[in-house]
Design a protein around this ligand. Structure first.
Ligand code: AMP
Length: 424
């Protein structure tokens, strides 16, 4: 038999790695609780039609699609928003607004594997549905900041844009939505000449070219320049004012916004308003991204409903933690191994192990039938903290031997005081 490997782009998360990911997940869940987001669990497999409705060409082409045995075209979810929009138009349709929903799980994209880019990866996803106010946008920025802070990340910053600016210009110039999507996609990839080829009007091309120059590390100044620059375009101007309002609220609440740029678009087609990414200097890929999507719920057959959301890339957050040498995300608590001196004492030793676990102590039981010296050697190798040695004589006196494996010291302890001793 050949030895098997994981499928390209898929990874095993080994002990330590899985713990780190679970720790990050725990922080996102805690942040969801703090901000009033209720968790939902949606299927990994959804209809292709739902997932492709508004995800954008980029992601459409990278979906893991297949026909199920019932001849239905289905796909592995490449993100959560489509599933949440489905819920918002069905089971959660009559819930009072705003609706705050949290999800966490694996998503799938046929991306080219490299550091920080996998084909199966984890996202924590927050959606705030039913509000179009800047404070709703800022809530999404703030909870993202909270997740990064609670994990201990340093020097993270936000890049913010607004797709309404470019869409506003293109719409007023009579360019239809399909072409708009293509232009935004190309601009996001910095393929500007390709983007401009899609636009016939000279004037429009010139306006967009000028807009590209307007980006920088002084968020307010940049946003104000953008607002002045698009002064002939009503929708674009409204978008720029909206961006300024959001920047204002975000800055007041301590959100580290570093750059403002209108030419970045993000891969997903459904965005209609503010968009953002969060980055750390150590990684050249974003740790999370999101934005406003006011039309999506309508596309799925719901009432017109504004919404804003974010997805945090949890694998990349773990990478960022490693890059910043932040521990002890993977630290495990103290561990104990219970070892009977001879097989006849197994039952008593097992009972003792159960008692310790009932009081919350992590216990491994010696299951290999090893002699004491070997068992201790093995416990030592695996960095177990304490060995509890169950011997006949001690048991008769209501005692066991506790060995501190690191210090190589042992004492006899009353069973009634054992929990206390192991906790110390
Ligand atoms: P998106 O759904 O494209 O807005 O992505 C949200 C976040 O998911 C990104 O900011 C990344 O942190 C993460 N992400 C996207 N694609 C990948 C990938 N192929 N591998 C790992 N993380 C990813």
């Amino acid at each position: 038999m050949p030895t098997f490997q994981t499928v390209r782009g898929m990874r095993d998360l080994l002990p330590g790695e899985a713990e780190a990911l679970n720790n990050v997940i725990a922080r996102t869940r805690e942040t969801a609780r703090l901000y009033g987001y209720r968790e939902v669990i949606t299927p990994v497999v959804e209809s292709y039609e739902l997932l492709s409705a508004k995800s954008g060409e980029e992601i459409r082409q990278r979906m893991f699609t297949f026909k199920d045995l019932g001849d239905r075209m289905v796909a592995l979810r490449p993100e959560f928003t489509a599933s949440i929009a489905r819920l918002a138009t069905t089971a959660l349709r009559n819930e009072p607004k705003p609706l705050r929903v949290f999800s966490v799980g694996s998503v799938y994209r046929y991306d080219e594997p490299q550091r920080g880019r996998y084909r199966e990866f984890w996202q924590a996803n927050f959606e705030l549905i039913g509000s179009s106010t800047p404070e709703a946008d800022v809530e999404i920025l703030l909870l993202t900041k909270k997740v990064m802070n609670s994990i201990g990340l340093r020097n993270f910053s936000f890049k913010v844009g607004h797709v309404g600016v470019i869409r506003g210009i293109l719409s007023q110039e009579g360019i239809d939505e399909k072409i708009q999507n293509l232009v935004l996609q190309r601009m996001d990839k910095k393929e500007y000449s390709e983007a401009f080829k899609l636009i016939e009007q000279d004037k429009c091309r010139k306006v967009l070219r000028g807009l590209l120059e307007l980006k920088g590390d002084t968020p307010f100044e940049t946003a104000e320049k953008i607002q002045q620059y698009v002064s002939g375009y009503e929708m674009a101007q409204a978008a720029a004012s909206n961006l300024i309002a959001i920047l204002h609220l975000a800055t007041v609440s301590g959100c580290p916004i570093k750059t403002v740029e209108t030419a970045f678009a993000r891969g997903l087609e459904y965005y209609t308003g503010v968009i953002f990414e969060v980055n750390v200097p150590e990684l050249d890929v974003a740790l999370g991204g999101g934005g406003r999507y006011d039309k999506l719920i309508e596309v799925f057959g719901g009432e017109p409903t504004p919404a804003v959301g974010v997805a945090h890339g949890l694998d990349r957050i773990v990478l960022a933690l490693q890059a910043q040498k932040i521990s002890p995300l993977t630290q495990r608590g103290k561990t104990t191994m219970v070892i009977p001196v001879k097989p006849e004492l197994r039952a008593e030793a097992l009972k003792l192990a159960q008692m310790l676990r009932e009081s919350g102590i992590s216990v491994e039981f010696e299951v290999m039938g090893r002699k004491m010296a070997k068992a201790l050697e093995d416990a030592d190798k695996r960095k177990v903290d304490y060995a509890v040695i169950v011997g006949e004589q001690e048991l008769k006196e209501g005692m066991v031997v506790v060995r501190d494996l690191a210090k190589r010291e042992q004492t006899t302890v009353e069973i009634s005081k054992l929990t206390e001793k192991l906790r110390a």
